[in-house]
Design a binder for this molecule. Structure first.
Ligand code: NAG
Ligand code: NAG
Ligand code: NAG
Length: 452
């Protein structure tokens, strides 16, 4: 009898703990956690089986369900085929949900759009009918792409009103559209400013601004517009800024308009520190001759020479060999396996010179390369940085020489400005201590800092 009584007592005690001591919410949570039936009804797209790079795969192992998102939003996320948050999403989502400003360095193709659209949509309050979030992008294409993703993500959220507005479309249509409820606006800066100034788009209660490709948005062409737009918003608006690079323009904007932003940087920092950069002004026909002169005058340990096309790589490699210098070449049209082998051999010092197209997305990390030559000058700063820059780990010295034709002059100026760096005309003799290790007595890393 006593033991039955004890069992009963224990049972009641247990019951008491489960139902009364733990808040009912937890019990609910436990029961809903097991009620994952909704997942069975999702219309999932076919699995993406393409090989992924570490930009996307090296995560902390979080799940979208860890962020306490609305189930309807989770449904949208899974139906996009997004299974787990990418690294930039893992960093962004919880912080953005908390309302803090974010400054994130991320490329496209790494889940950047999800990183801001998920918290943005989660925070939309459907009971309010004013504009609550604005996403600013530099181009019409990106605006359309982002609005499409937002619409898909919010498919089950029941009534989030999303509007894309860009230059080059009918202004009157946009004005009529804004007569109805709009929660999220995805816009290029010129058009949205126009609508704000006309009093059509009311942003005085807007709580969130996202800037995608902020390095472009904050370039000279746009920055005045952006500051103007922001001035119409409440003081405590949240700003999320995503950019592939952090030029001075972005830093200036940050210190002026953002409050202790949470900084995310998932890109390996490439730096031009310790690299001396020169340009030689030539015509197209003088390029090979010029290269020959460089080979004979410079003390090259190993060099990489960049061309702008597969065909030009092959032609130049042939010319260099004819001139009597050893060289390997690789370009994008070669089999990856073969490319790897050539690169491996070059790294091991089997050959002094390598001619190639843009293949390195993370900078060249070969210590022995002390000269990089842009036989064809790149068109944008990012490519330039990837060709010439070194990751911080190898704080060593080097020389970068750019062959510039009259067509490249504008790009040269532009890239110098964007990277806040100095590319000087090549002098008749180059001090060896700038790029030849043996001539450099101090520890390379300190020396690099000094020269920078
Ligand atoms: C990806 O990023 C690069 C560099 O920021 C940009 O030029 C390009 O247009 C972007 N592509 C897409 C599809 O957004
Ligand atoms: C590569 O450079 C050459 C010479 O400057 C130019 O004629 C050609 O149009 C360029 N090709 C590309 C794809 O930029
Ligand atoms: C020069 O290159 C060779 C391989 O080609 C390498 O073993 C050597 O360390 C390099 N010297 C310097 C100073 O980098």
């Amino acid at each position: 009898g006593a033991s039955i009584l004890l069992t009963l007592k224990l049972y009641f005690l247990f019951h008491l703990i489960i139902v009364w001591v733990f808040p009912t919410k937890i019990v609910l949570l436990i029961t809903t956690r097991f009620g994952d039936d909704w997942k069975k009804c999702l219309e999932l797209p076919p699995k993406d089986t393409r090989v992924k790079t570490s930009d996307v795969t090296s995560t902390k192992g979080n799940e979208f369900e860890d962020y306490c998102l609305k189930r309807e939003l989770l449904m949208g996320i899974f139906e996009m085929g997004w299974e787990k948050p990418s690294p930039v999403q893992e960093e962004s989502i919880p912080i953005a949900l908390s309302g803090r400003d974010i400054l994130a360095r991320a490329k496209n193709g790494t889940g950047k759009s999800g990183a801001y659209l998920i918290p943005l949509l989660e925070r939309i309050d459907l009971k309010k009918d004013h504009i609550q979030a604005i996403v600013m992008v530099p181009t019409r294409e990106l605006a359309l792409q982002m609005s499409q993703i937002s619409i898909q993500l919010s498919k089950h959220l029941g009534g989030v009103k999303i509007m894309a507005t860009t230059g080059g479309t009918n202004l009157r249509d946009d004005i009529m559209r804004l007569d109805e409820t709009v929660h999220v606006v995805i816009a290029t800066p010129g058009r949205i400013l126009d609508l704000i100034k006309k009093g059509v788009a009311k942003v005085d209660k807007n709580q969130m601004v996202v800037m995608d490709e902020a390095d472009k948005l904050l370039s000279q062409d746009f920055v005045v517009l952006i500051e103007n737009i922001i001035s119409f918003m409440p003081k405590n608006r949240q700003i999320l800024l995503y950019s592939a690079t952090f030029p001075i323009s972005v830093q200036k904007f940050m210190s002026k308009h953002m409050q202790k932003p949470y900084e995310i940087n998932l890109m390996e920092e490439l730096t031009l520190k310790g690299i001396t950069q020169y340009y030689a002004y030539v015509t197209e026909r003088q390029k090979v001759h010029c290269l020959n002169t460089l080979f004979s005058r410079l003390q090259i340990n190993q060099s990489i020479i960049f061309c702008n096309s597969t065909q030009r790589v092959e032609l130049l490699a042939k010319k260099i060999t004819q001139l009597g210098y050893s060289c390997f070449y690789i370009h994008a049209k070669m089999m990856q396996e073969y490319r790897n082998r050539v690169f491996h051999d070059f790294r091991n010092g089997l050959c002094r010179n390598l001619v190639c197209t843009d293949l390195f997305t993370r900078g060249i990390d070969i210590q022995a390369v002390n000269v990089v030559i842009n036989f064809d000058f790149p068109k944008n700063a990012e490519t330039y940085l990837h060709r010439i820059g070194r990751s911080g780990r190898f704080g060593h010295l080097g020389l970068a020489i750019n062959l510039i034709t009259s067509d490249d002059r504008y790009n040269l100026k532009n890239i110098e400005d964007q990277l806040v760096t100095d590319i000087k005309p090549i002098p008749s003799s180059i001090d060896k201590s700038l790029y030849v290790a043996e001539f450099h007595s101090v520890d390379a890393e300190d020396g690099g800092e000094e020269k920078a």
